[in-house]
Design a protein around this ligand. Structure first.
Ligand code: KG4
Ligand code: ZN
Length: 340
């Protein structure tokens, strides 16, 4: 149980990425992600297509992870997998595969909460990455989630703020769709934003409780604004895309920072770690770096490959649980609405 020489295989299949990783004493030996392209045509993730693609990808992705890690499956100490939250059909593929593999190899099975993994990804040992000190605040921002979590220890976490409707990634992706950009539009908004004027247009920040978020109103505001401008000038989008993206990104980043400031004030904790796909955004990365000087915060921004959905974050949670002897039996089932 106190074995420190562990090889943990992590498997992630909660949404539209099929991923497998091998971790050895906190160091990632392999981190393989097969991103499903099929959803681009539909402008969003189609659950049924996602589970079918997971079924197709999971065996090759796991084999590739073991090959890259240069280990044999018989050397594995345990299998860690995403139990939830996520799309049920997608979770079922990873869950059943992991249960069978653990049973076949006769090694422990470890269920992992995807949201906890986004936070604990900060404990992966990597260059340019420093582990946060407890207690810290985690801002998890992605296409499926927007939360501020108070993290007291590896497995003691409290959600102190969250979105009451859409996730921040959806605000990026849905606004991008209104602007005629392909899915997922978040990275494209970021690219255009870097060439535009963030003060060109104003979007109102939705009002909710100090540490909570709301993004559905912002998407509607973008829709009405664009419709009105296009009525006046049919070429409005192509002529102003950089400024619209810069203004929108500026509003979203300022909103996220406002909420973090409220959380720091409420908890007295000034150490902040971010995670989730939207932490790749250049605006939020810069705002957090600036906050170190401006407000005396200590901020942690993970390497890009550990921000978006990946299995290395599942494997590190697996390793932390393995060291504490926290295992699951074959009775464990996927949980689409799993809470932190
Ligand atoms: O964590 P993730 O890979 O999957 C989910 O669990 O949702 O996050 C994907 C989300 C998408 O909404 C995508 O548009 C957004 O992260 N995203 C970005 C950027 N890169 C990815 N949003 C804004 N700026 C970016 N640079
Ligand atoms: Zn995620």
């Amino acid at each position: 149980m106190n074995d420190t020489n562990t090889y943990i295989l992590g498997i992630e299949s909660s949404c539209d990425d099929t991923a497998a990783a091998v971790i050895h004493n906190g160091v990632v030996l392999a981190n393989v992600v097969a991103t499903q392209k099929i959803h681009e045509e539909y402008g969003g993730v189609v659950p049924e297509l996602a589970s079918r693609a997971h079924q197709k990808n999971i065996v090759p992705v796991v084999s590739q992870a073991l090959r890259r890690a240069n280990i044999d499956k018989n050397q594995l100490s345990a299998i860690a997998f995403t139990r939830g939250p996520g799309l049920m059909g997608s979770l079922l593929v990873g869950t059943s595969f992991s249960k069978s593999l653990a049973m076949g190899l006769d090694i422990p099975l470890i269920a992992v909460n995807h949201m906890q993994a986004h936070i604990l990804a900060h404990f992966i040992k990597a260059e340019d990455q420093t582990a946060p000190n407890f207690p810290f605040l985690a801002l998890t921002i992605s296409g499926g989630h927007t939360q501020i979590v108070k993290v007291t220890s590896y497995f003691e976490m409290e959600v102190i703020g969250q979105t009451i409707d859409d996730a921040v990634g959806e605000a990026f992706d849905k606004s991008a769709k209104i602007l005629g950009l392909p899915y997922p539009g978040g990275p494209l908004i970021d690219t255009y934003a870097q060439q535009g004027n963030p003060k060109a247009f104003r979007f109102t920040k939705p009002k909710v409780k100090p540490m909570d978020f709301s993004f559905s109103g912002l998407k509607t505001a973008v829709l009405y604004f664009v419709e009105k401008q296009v009525d006046l000038n049919p070429d409005f989008i192509s002529e102003n895309i950089e400024d619209v993206c810069a203004s929108l990104q500026h509003t979203i980043v300022e909103y996220l920072m406002d909420k973090l400031k409220n959380a720091v004030k409420a908890t007295g904790i000034k150490e902040i770690a971010i995670g989730g796909g939207v932490s790749a955004n250049s605006g939020i990365r810069k705002a957090l770096k600036d906050a170190e000087q401006k407000y005396g915060w200590k901020t942690h921004i993970p390497n890009f490959e550990y921000c978006t959905d990946n299995a290395a974050m599942i494997a590190i949670v697996g390793e932390l649980k393995y060291k504490q002897g926290i295992f699951n039996t074959q009775e464990i089932a996927a949980n689409a609405r799993m809470k932190l």
